[in-house]
Design a protein around this ligand. Sequence first.
Ligand code: FE2
Length: 157
Amino acid sequence: MSPNIGITTKNLKKSATILATILSNEMTLYVKTRKFHWNISGNSFMELHKLFEDQYRLLENNIDEVAERISQLGEKTIGTMKEFIENSTLKESPKEYASQKHMLQELLENHEQMVTEFRDYIPAFENDNHDIGSADFITGLLQQHEKMAWVLRRYQA
Ligand SMILES: [Fe+2]
């Protein structure tokens, strides 16, 4: 049964498609942050090992929130690695083991890319799809990614 919440079926589908991209990016960044948590070494090992854990826990929560919002809009939520890779705009680096400095840089760039993309998605939700709930939800997510990016940026000399 389609939700009767003042948004057309077409617009619900359009919002769900954007949310599937966001979900895929949250998943990609979650996996990447865990990889770095496992492989970090160097003079800030324990600090960054813990920092990455704090951040992947936030990302894990985001994954669930975004997926459930897709469901709230009446659409099926993707849930396979294949689909996450296909729908993600972030790039992975298989077989590469970055230095501490490059891990921080890569995570920072990924968060900044997501924040930048959110700036286009938010008016699309609100103005094109009349989906103020998703616009507000993603605004909160944008602020959270801005904060994670700020923490990572402070390590750049
Ligand atoms: Fe761990």
